[in-house]
Design a protein around this ligand. Structure first.
Ligand code: ADP
Ligand code: NG1
Length: 492
């Protein structure tokens, strides 16, 4: 159970300087309650009308949680390494009210997402959120967030029931973190209904664990930036403990998001979990070779710390300790001197075919080199002695190298994503890479403020001209983005 750190009292305490500082700290750590601007208010009103039409009562508050674009540091959060995302303007909005009955009812403004209800709201904490073929139903992501909070708060704080209406404009299955925005919004909605106080960091951590109920073993990047995102600033997100530090990007830098027109639902295939398992196995195989208790090693960062080596040293160790060819399960069992049962408990943790091959060397090399690129990206940004043109060139190269590694070593790109990255570079981007889990989805490109318009128009012409856009507007497929505010609550 998590600690409650805001004591509710009717009596206003005497304020010392110290308690002022403490209160400021507590407020900084809480999800803010904000006033909606005109555009958001419009959406709030539309969602409120839908809510009333479904539930015959008015919502009592709204939560808004943004998607994110990851600028650099892909597929390394679950290995323990820092990443560099920023929250984006697109978001999930939820309208909420408590229900006096022990029920859960959820509806979506978009009719393609079917309404769902169940009787036992309180029982969600004990429910298994099972997977289904072809990807989970949308309401299951919401249930993950609810379940995460119901497990974390005291029993007496559990709300009687919940009525919720959802709307969102983060392109789904596209690497911009629509699923985590939905899970995090559900967690925030539940905690706000319970009137229990939980810091942004704790909410991020609970939401990250809760999303694993859907079946994918992600890191905590998406939920962290959803809560800790800040307008005007990309963040370096570090784990264990979770920390978010501002990254000051060059003032003239603009990041453009472009959709490859290929969608991929992470939870509908084993691709994502296979990468997580390969990284864990790579770390354990290195541990075994270097006489470290392999069962105590879960992440590539664990073995790096245990050996006390630099990231560059780790790349060399990977090449020395792991063979080039993929490993079979038999070979892994032999090296680790273990059984299938132990592998299922300590290493693989998902169901894969017995004939599955594991590409340990390539995956581990990507992770250590990508972690080093994140450090370099931050250092280039902070280095005031680098002239602006050179800074752009270096940042762009790091992003493009990241893509090449994701495509070749991590094999999580897609031919259409590679084509989009190349088109972006041909149209004058200084660097471009896939963002998010991959196997489709979006790319992020870096350009300058002066060139952004020309770049976007050129890319529309070069990449999208002869493609079937499936009814989407070009402005929603390729657009510049700015770092946006993290999650917020809006009273009604
Ligand atoms: P992403 O990379 O966007 O996080 P995922 O494949 O992990 O993509 O998850 C996307 C899933 O999240 C969708 O298939 C859908 O179930 C859910 N989702 C996303 N946006 C919405 C929305 N606006 N309303 C309801 N469900 C949504
Ligand atoms: P997407 O699918 O883009 O939201 C996923 C993981 C992240 C991270 C990235 C790859 C979840 C919820 N998200 O993001 O933690 O591992 O892939 O960098 O699993």
């Amino acid at each position: 159970m998590i600690a409650r750190f805001v004591a509710v009292s009717n009596k206003r305490p005497e304020m010392s300087k110290d308690s002022n500082v403490q209160n400021e700290h507590i407020q900084k750590n809480q999800v803010p309650a904000l006033e909606a601007d005109k555009t958001l208010q419009c959406k709030i009103n539309t969602l409120a009308n839908h809510f009333r039409s479904q539930f015959n009562v008015s919502p009592s508050f709204f939560v808004r949680v943004p998607g994110r674009v990851n600028i650099i540091g892909e597929h390394i959060d679950y290995c323990g390494y820092a990443v560099c995302p920023m929250a984006i303007e697109q978001f999930i909005l939820v309208a909420l009210a408590a229900s006096e009955k022990n029920e859960f009812r959820i509806t979506n403004l978009d009719p393609k997402y079917e309404d769902y209800q169940c009787r036992d709201f309180k029982g969600i904490s004990n429910r298994k959120i099972e997977d289904s073929n072809g990807g989970p139903d949308w309401h299951k992501y919401f249930l993950c967030g609810v379940k995460g909070i119901l497990e974390a708060i005291p029993k007496e704080k559990i709300p009687s029931g919940m009525l919720a209406a959802v709307w969102g404009n983060i392109p789904a299955n596209s690497g911009l973190s629509s699923s985590s925005a939905l899970v995090s919004a559900a967690a925030l909605s539940t905690v706000r209904l319970s009137q229990y106080s939980i810091s942004k960091e704790e909410l991020a951590t609970i939401s990250a664990s809760a999303e694993r109920y859907i079946g994918t073993q992600g890191g905590g990047m998406d939920q962290a930036i959803a809560f800790l995102g800040k307008a005007g600033s990309a963040k370096l997100i570090e784990f264990n403990p979770l920390r978010a530090t501002d990254i000051t990007l060059p003032q003239n830098a603009v990041f453009v998001i472009a959709h490859s027109l290929v969608c991929h639902n992470k939870a509908s295939t084993s691709d994502f979990n296979l990468r997580v398992a390969e990284c864990r196995l790579a770390a354990q195989m290195i541990a075994k070779k270097r006489i470290v208790n392999w069962k105590a090693i879960q992440k590539l960062i664990d073995i790096q710390k245990r050996l006390g080596k630099s990231l560059e040293d780790m790349s060399e160790i990977v090449v020395m300790d792991l063979k080039e060819d993929p490993y079979s399960l038999d070979e892994i069992r032999e090296v680790l001197e273990t059984s299938n049962e132990e592998l299922a408990t300590y290493s693989i943790k998902s169901m894969f075919s017995p004939t599955q091959k594991y590409k340990l060397r390539e995956r581990a090399l990507h992770v250590y080199q990508e972690a080093a690129r994140v450090i370099a990206f931050r250092e280039v940004n902070e280095d005031t002695s680098i002239e602006e043109n050179d800074k752009f060139r270096q940042l762009g190269s790091l992003m493009s190298e990241s893509h090449s590694s994701l495509s070749k070593l991590y094999e999580c790109s897609h031919p259409q994503v590679d084509a989009l990255v190349n088109a972006a570079l041909d149209c004058g981007a200084l660097g471009a890479r896939l963002t998010g889990a991959g196997w489709g989805g979006c790319v992020v490109a870096i350009t300058t403020r002066n060139n952004v318009h020309t770049f976007v128009e050129a890319l529309k012409e070069k990449f999208y001209r002869n493609l079937d856009l499936g009814g989407a507007a070009l402005k929603d497929l390729v657009f510049p983005t700015e770092p946006y505010q993290g999650a917020a609550i809006y009273n009604f």
